[in-house]
Ligand binder design. Structure first.
Ligand code: ADP
Ligand code: MG
Length: 230
């Protein structure tokens, strides 16, 4: 119960935050604009020119990451909720992430049951899966295994397990998941990914359990109402 209360608090913060994400994107754009402005000066030394260019590119990359983690979630035109085939949506998300997994030498495995459906907006469900799996891959900088399983529970729930063999988290770190801007990745993180995950799962009537062992890995367990394919 306490967990549920905590999560609903987080979700409230989320709705306040939705509008301010545009502000998050504006920062790197402002910085980039400033550097481009300075580059107009023909007298600046080559060294400085390189630095300005590199910084401008880094800032644009950062803006792109923020948009990617938030894009579908914040887009004004929502898809209609419909019955989604769990296997298909997971396979689609995995396809998108495969190059990223390759880059980190992460081996991806899956064991997906047929005939599982959940109700929701496809793009949001995708976003939710992507944000979790992306974190899992990033938790394995020296390679490892990402395993996705899905099945139906005896209580007629759809269970999706996403497991990594990465750096893991302490209980304290787990408690912080979903807090806006909580990130341990310095300038590489936005701290928005898990917040979006909680928000989407809440909207879909689902929940998320996380168990983790430091230096061993993490298991994300998504529980969603099973929807009949009517
Ligand atoms: P970001 O990925 O931008 O840092 P997220 O909201 O996606 O923001 O994640 C917040 C933090 O949660 C991460 O910085 C990381 O410390 C931790 N985290 C999330 N997923 C995992 C995971 N699979 N293994 C270890 N730590 C994780
Ligand atoms: Mg993330």
């Amino acid at each position: 119960l306490q967990n549920a209360v905590m999560k609903s608090e987080k979700i409230e913060v989320v709705s306040h935050l939705a509008a301010s994400v545009s502000h998050e994107v504006r920062n790197p754009l402002t910085v980039t604009r400033g550097f481009l402005q300075m580059l107009k000066d023909p007298s600046i030394p080559e060294e400085k020119r390189q630095f300005y260019l590199d910084t401008a590119i880094d800032e644009l990359d950062r803006a792109e990451v923020i948009i990617k983690e938030y894009l579908r979630f914040s887009k004004p035109h929502h898809d209609l909720a419909s019955n989604l085939t769990v296997k298909y949506e997971i396979e689609k998300a995995l396809e998108l992430l495969q190059p990223y997994a390759n880059h980190f030498s992460v081996k991806v495995k899956h064991q997906l049951e047929d005939g599982l459906f959940v109700n929701g907006e496809a793009s949001k469900f995708q976003q939710c899966l992507l944000n979790i799996m992306k974190n899992c891959i990033e938790a394995m900088p020296n390679g490892g295994e990402l395993l996705i399983e899905s099945h139906r529970s005896s209580e007629d729930k759809v269970i999706i397990l996403i497991k990594d063999t990465g750096i893991g988290m302490s209980a304290r770190e787990i408690a912080k998941l979903g807090e806006p801007y909580y990130s341990t990745k310095k300038e590489k993180g936005t701290g928005l990914g898990m917040m979006v995950v909680f928000n989407i799962l809440n909207e879909m009537g689902g929940s998320l359990d996380i168990s983790s062992k430091v230096q061993r890995g993490t298991v994300f367990s998504l529980t969603l109402p099973h929807s009949r394919n009517s």
